[in-house]
Design a binder for this molecule. Structure first.
Ligand SMILES: Nc1ncnc2c1ncn2[C@@H]1O[C@H](COP(=O)(O)OP(=O)(O)OP(=O)(O)O)[C@@H](O)[C@H]1O
Ligand SMILES: Nc1ccn([C@H]2C[C@H](O)[C@@H](COP(=O)(O)O)O2)c(=O)n1
Length: 204
C-alpha cells in the first residue's frame, strides 16, 4: 500500500480548505479536512468524555474526492460550519484522547492514493513523513475579513473569535499549531486564491 501526502497547516481563515479543494478539482487529490473531524465530535457530543468518544460511531465516505463525515446516516460536513462549533472544536482539541481519535481516523482514511490534508498538526504530528508540507498564514485582520464575508457575521465578532481560537490552538500543551519541520511557509494576506495555488504548485 502506498500514498502520496501533502499537508497544509495554518490558522483559521488562512485559506487551507480552499486550496485543498483546488487540489481535488485540478489534481485528483482526496481532501481530508481534519478540522471537520474535531467539529463533528464537538457537534455530536454534548460532553466530550473519553468514554463517550470510545462509543462514538463516526463514519466517513469519500465522494467527489471529499471526505464526508457521517453520524447516524446524516452527513455533517455542511452543518458544522458555525463559529460556535469551531470554538467548541478548538476547546475539545486540547484533550489527548480526542486528538488520538482524530489522528487514527485521518490515518485510516489516508491509506492508499493521493491525499491533501489540512489542519493544525497535519504535518507536525499526524503525517510527519508527508511527501511535502505547507504552512499557510495570513494577518488576523485579513482572515477575519474573509471569515465575516463567508459566514455573513460582524467583522469585530470574527476578530474576537479568531483571536480566541488562535490563542487556544497555539498555546495548548499537546500538538499546538506550529510550522511543521520542513514546511514551506506561504503568507496569503495579499495573494489571491489562484496565486496561492500556483505558488504551491511551483514546488512540485
Ligand atoms: N487567498 C485568498 N484570498 C481571499 N479570500 C480567500 C483566500 N483564501 C481563502 N479565502 C476565503 O477565506 C475564507 C476562509 O478560507 P478557508 O476556509 O479555506 O480557510 P481555512 O484556512 O481552511 O480555515 P479553517 O481552518 O477555519 O477551516 C473562505 O471564504 C475563502 O473563500
Ligand atoms: N489538525 C487540527 C484541526 C483542527 N483542530 C481544532 C482547532 C480548530 O480551531 C478547530 C476547528 O478547525 P477548522 O475547521 O477551523 O480548521 O479544530 C485541531 O486542533 N487540529
Amino acid at each position: 500500500m502506498s500514498s502520496f501526502i501533502i499537508t497544509i497547516d495554518g490558522p483559521s481563515g488562512a485559506g487551507k480548505s480552499t486550496i485543498c479543494k483546488m487540489f481535488s478539482i485540478n489534481d485528483g487529490f482526496v481532501h481530508i479536512d481534519t478540522g471537520k473531524i474535531y467539529r463533528s465530535i464537538a457537534y455530536i457530543l454534548k460532553e466530550v468524555t473519553e468514554e463517550e468518544l470510545n462509543k462514538l460511531e463516526l463514519d466517513f465516505k469519500i465522494e467527489n474526492l471529499q471526505v464526508l463525515f457521517i453520524y447516524k446516516g446524516k452527513i455533517l460536513n455542511d452543518i458544522i460550519l458555525s463559529e460556535d462549533i469551531a470554538k467548541k472544536a478548538s476547546t475539545i482539541a486540547k484533550n489527548e484522547f480526542v486528538r488520538d481519535f482524530v489522528n487514527k481516523l485521518a490515518r485510516t482514511i489516508a491509506q492508499e492514493g493521493k491525499f491533501v490534508i489540512d489542519g493544525r498538526d497535519a504535518g507536525s504530528v499526524i503525517f510527519p513523513n508527508a511527501n511535502i508540507k505547507f504552512y499557510l498564514d495570513a494577518k488576523l485582520e485579513e482572515r477575519a475579513k474573509r471569515r465575516s464575508k463567508e459566514l455573513s457575521v460582524d467583522y469585530s465578532q470574527s476578530i474576537k473569535s479568531l483571536s480566541c481560537r488562535d490563542e487556544q490552538d497555539t498555546q495548548r500543551k499537546i500538538a499546538p499549531l506550529v510550522v511543521p519541520k520542513g514546511a514551506i511557509i506561504i503568507d496569503t494576506t495579499f495573494l489571491s486564491v489562484e496565486e496561492v495555488y500556483n505558488k504551491i504548485k511551483s514546488y512540485f
